[in-house]
Design a protein around this ligand. Structure first.
Ligand code: PEP
Ligand code: MN
Length: 430
């Protein structure tokens, strides 16, 4: 998806992105601190954490305001049905990834974007779960490894994945390492070997905004809008476990000018989702908010319609995206987490069916993928084996599986009405 200077001027002057979502004087980067913050680690040395955030505050932004605004414009095309979103990458990035691992991930995302764009005959906006996807929410505080209970792994931004009590102690020095890793990953997104088509950005960064002290320390003034933007990534999302409308994560994200995503699992109620929309996008600006549903293959056709109808009745111009991964996680008797490829395809088909039936637009896919030839997801449980399983967290699709799934879903995502064909101003991303 290409953005021209005139697109940028047109959207800014139409006022659709020229103000921050809440009055700037009502929101500050630290106003979340008055609210309950879910999923935050217990830092053994809060003073060391504070010192580290003070240091991050002085560092350059990881992403620039005009890049964030370009993604807002691209996302408004998704909201109007003239483009699709592909949001994909690792469940948890690793501090051990080398440059070639990162390049392979970037290549895979570009390949998947081409498959989606060709199959659906629409431009694709690609946001990678990379350059900051280092902090994980967990359902349980502990995990059993080799019969021993350890604090659950919460991502390399917080502690090590090493299965020892010492490895799992939260260490604030990791915030600076995460910042540096994000910076070098972002550099790989634009290196000539990863040819940006036509010299324009074709891949944006995104991650779950989980660790609030880190995110807060990377908020910067946005000179384009006069508000504030999250400089840790182009797009940020709030997870299913931290999306409580009155709590800290939603309060934090409400004041940023970035495009924002919100994951919605099976416990999300229509009223709650409308409240989330009211808080994150009170001015109803297309491109601001993406709702990423992960309801499970078995329940998507039952749970999705009331959410879509409530959001539509409240006139929120959201993009709807399907995450067919997180509602379909199973566990083997030996304790290995996996996902069945048929479940994922079934949830994606159900998602498209519901939107077609209701006359709303299915806006794209959110996937966990790896460029490694692992087997973490499978057509059936019997082929799983811990020797070809490497994920730090959730089971990912390997390149063959992800290409297959994206290809299948792409055909379903072809626009059904002539009003949503690509416009000449926004040429195909290829
Ligand atoms: C994730 O995307 O890795 C994740 C934890 O998702 P969710 O918040 O939907 O469970
Ligand atoms: Mn995950």
């Amino acid at each position: 998806m290409r953005i021209s200077a005139s697109d940028r001027t047109a959207v800014a002057s139409a006022g659709s992105i020229s103000q921050s979502p809440t009055a700037p004087d009502a929101w500050t980067p630290s106003s979340w601190r008055g609210r309950e913050a879910d999923q935050q680690p217990a830092w053994p040395d809060p003073v060391a954490l504070w010192q580290m955030t003070q240091r991050l505050r002085t560092l350059p932004p990881l992403v620039l305001p005009h890049e964030v605004q370009d993604l807002r414009i691209a996302m408004s095309e998704v909201a109007s049905g003239r483009a699709l979103l592909l949001q994909a990458g690792d469940c948890a990035e690793s501090f051990r990834d080398g440059a070639d691992d990162i390049r392979a991930r970037i290549r895979l995302l570009r390949d998947l974007a081409v498959i989606l764009s060709d199959g659906a005959n629409l431009p694709v906006v690609t946001t990678g779960r990379l350059a900051g996807q280092f902090a994980k929410p967990r359902s349980r505080d502990t995990e059993a490894i080799a019969g021993r209970a350890l604090p659950a792994f919460k991502g390399h931004l917080i502690h090590d994945d090493e299965a020892t009590p010492a490895g799992r102690i939260p260490d604030p020095r990791r915030l600076l390492r995460g910042y540096s890793r994000a910076r070098s990953t972002l550099e790989l997104l634009t290196e000539p070997a990863c040819a940006q088509r036509g010299g324009r950005r074709d891949l944006w960064s995104c991650h779950e905004a989980l660790l609030l002290p880190y995110e807060e320390s990377l908020v910067r003034p946005d000179p384009i809008t006069g508000g504030w933007y999250g400089a840790s990534a182009h797009m940020l999302w709030v997870g299913d476990r931290t999306r409580h409308p009155a709590r800290a994560h939603i309060a934090f994200l409400s004041g940023l000018t970035n495009p924002i995503g919100c994951k919605l699992g099976p416990t999300a109620t229509p009223a709650e989702v409308v409240e989330i929309c009211d808080r994150l996008d009170p001015h109803r600006r297309p491109g601001r908010l993406t709702l990423i549903t992960r309801l499970g293959a078995a329940r998507v056709t039952e749970l999705l319609p009331p959410l879509v109808e409530a959001v539509r009745a409240a006139a929120h111009p959201v993009s709807w995206v399907c995450d067919p991964m997180h509602g379909n996680t199973r566990t083997t008797a030996a304790g290995l987490k996996y996902r069945l490829t048929d479940d994922m395809l079934e949830e994606a088909c159900g998602f498209v069916d519901v939107h077609r039936r209701l006359g709303t637009r299915p806006g794209g896919l959110h996937l966990e993928v790896t460029a490694e030839n692992v087997i973490e997801c499978a057509a059936d449980e019997s082929v799983l084996d811990s020797s070809s399983y490497r994920s730090l967290c959730d089971p990912r699709l390997n390149p063959t599986q992800s290409a297959h799934l994206v290809g299948e879903v792409a055909r379903l995502l072809r626009p059904t009405d002539p009003g949503s064909r690509p416009t000449s101003a926004l040429s195909n991303s290829r």
